[in-house]
Design a protein around this ligand. Structure first.
Ligand code: NAI
Length: 330
C-alpha cells in the first residue's frame, strides 16, 4: 500500500524504513503538517500516517475522503487531534498505537520531577560557568512525598510502579481505577481531594472535553502552595495563563512540561534562528522553576521501534480486511 506520512522527521524515516523491509509498502514522507492549509496537497492516496500536531478537523476529513483516503494511521497514542465522530460518519478508519512504551513517558515524567526537585537544570548551567554556589538549589526528597497521579492507565501505572521504589505516598484520580495500582497501594481520591493533598501532581489522562483546562485557576487554588505540577500528557490540560499567574504569585513551586497548549507552532522544529512570537511560552521560559522539553517523552529507541511496528501492522491488517485491533472510537 502507498502511505503518505505527515509531520515526518528524519527519525521517522529511519525507523519506518527499517521496519518496512518486512512489509514492502511504499512510504512517502512529507515534513509539513497535515491541516486545513495543506490538505489540498493530498492526492491519490488511501492511507495517511499522522502525528500529534496534524489537525484532522471535520473539514479536513471531508476533503481527505473526497481524495480517496480511507485509513488514517496515527503513529501515537492520543487521538484528540482528530474528529473521530466525523471520521466514523464518513467511513474513514482511524487506527493508533495505544501502547508503544508507557515506560518511556513515565521515565520522562520522573526525569522532570527529579530535575526540578533537585534543580539539576540550574546546577548544570552553574557548574559550566564555574559557579559552585549552592544558594537557590535547596531540594526536597521524593521519599515520603505525596504524589498525585491523574489518570492511571498504562503510563500512570508505569509511573506509580517507579514511584513505589522511591517510597512515595501515591494517590490517584481516575474515573476507572486500576486494580494493578490498588495492589501497589495507590489510594484513589476525587480530583479535588487529590489536589489538596498532593506535593507533586503528574497528569496522565487523555485530552478531551472533561480534561481540557483541568488545571485552571480553581483547581490550582485547591493545591498546596509550592505544588510541583508535571504535564507529559497534552498541553491543553493546563490553562497556561492560570499557570503563569500561579507561578508569579509563587503558588506553583515547580512546573515541568513536555507538552504545551500551542505547541504545534513550536515543537519538533529548529526555531533557534527565528523570533518566537508566542509571549505566553516566552514568559514560561523566564521562570527558574519551570522546565520544558519539546514533546520528547515518547522519544526512545524502543518506543520508536514499537510505533513503527504497530503502525505498519495496523495498516497491513486494514489492507488484508482483518479485524481492526487499534481502531479509535468516540
Ligand atoms: P491510557 O488510555 O492507558 O490511560 C488513560 C487513563 O486516563 C485511563 O485510565 C482513563 O480512565 C483515565 N482518564 C480518562 N479520563 C480521565 C479524567 N477525566 N480524569 C482522570 N483520568 C481520566 O493512556 P496512556 O497510554 O496512559 O496515555 C495517557 C496520555 O499520555 C495520552 O492520552 C497522551 O495524551 C499522552 N501521551 C504523551 C506522550 C508524550 O510523548 N508526551 C506519549 C504518549 C502518550
Amino acid at each position: 500500500m502507498k502511505i503518505a506520512f505527515y509531520s515526518s522527521q528524519p527519525y521517522d524515516i529511519t525507523f519506518f524504513e527499517k521496519v518496512n523491509t518486512s512489509y514492502q509498502h511504499t512510504l512517502i514522507f512529507h515534513d509539513y503538517a497535515l491541516n486545513e492549509d495543506t490538505v489540498d496537497l493530498v492526492k491519490d492516496i488511501t492511507c495517511i500516517c499522522v502525528f500529534v500536531n496534524d489537525k484532522l478537523t471535520e473539514a479536513v476529513l471531508e476533503k481527505l475522503y473526497s481524495k480517496g483516503v480511507r485509513l488514517v494511521a496515527l503513529r501515537c497514542a492520543g487521538f484528540n487531534n482528530i474528529d473521530i465522530a466525523a471520521a466514523d460518519k464518513l467511513g474513514i478508519t482511524v487506527v493508533r498505537v495505544p501502547a508503544y512504551s508507557p515506560e518511556s513517558v513515565a521515565e520522562h515524567a520522573l526525569a522532570l520531577i527529579l530535575s526540578l526537585s533537585r534543580h539539576i537544570h540550574r546546577a548544570y548551567n552553574r557548574v559550566r560557568e564555574s559557579n559552585f554556589s549552592l544558594n537557590g538549589l535547596l531540594g526536597f526528597e521524593l521519599h515520603n512525598a505525596t504524589v498525585g497521579i491523574v489518570g492511571t492507565g498504562q503510563i500512570g501505572t508505569a509511573l506509580a510502579k517507579i514511584l513505589t521504589g522511591f517510597g512515595c505516598n501515591i494517590i490517584a484520580y481516575d474515573p476507572y481505577p486500576s486494580d494493578e495500582c490498588v495492589d501497589l497501594g495507590v489510594t484513589y481520591l476525587d480530583f479535588k481531594t487529590l489536589c489538596q493533598q498532593a506535593d507533586v501532581i503528574s497528569l496522565h489522562c487523555p485530552l478531551n472535553e472533561q480534561t481540557h483546562h483541568l488545571i485552571n485557576e480553581s483547581s490550582l487554588h485547591d493545591m498546596k502552595k509550592g505544588i510541583m505540577l508535571i504535564n507529559t500528557s497534552r498541553g491543553a490540560m493546563i490553562d497556561t495563563q492560570a499557570a503563569i499567574d500561579a507561578l508569579k504569585n509563587k503558588h506553583i513551586g515547580y512546573l515541568g512540561l513536555d507538552v504545551y497548549e500551542q505547541e504545534e507552532n513550536l515543537f519538533f522544529q529548529d526555531l533557534s534562528d527565528t523570533i518566537i512570537s508566542d509571549d505566553m511560552f516566552e514568559r514560561l521560559l523566564t521562570f527558574p522553576n519551570v522546565l520544558i522539553t519539546g514533546h520528547q517523552a515518547f522519544f526512545t529507541d524502543r518506543a520508536l521501534t514499537n510505533i513503527a511496528e504497530t503502525t505498519l501492522m495496523n495498516i497491513q491488517r486494514f489492507e488484508n480486511h482483518s479485524e481492526c485491533l487499534h481502531c479509535c472510537h468516540i
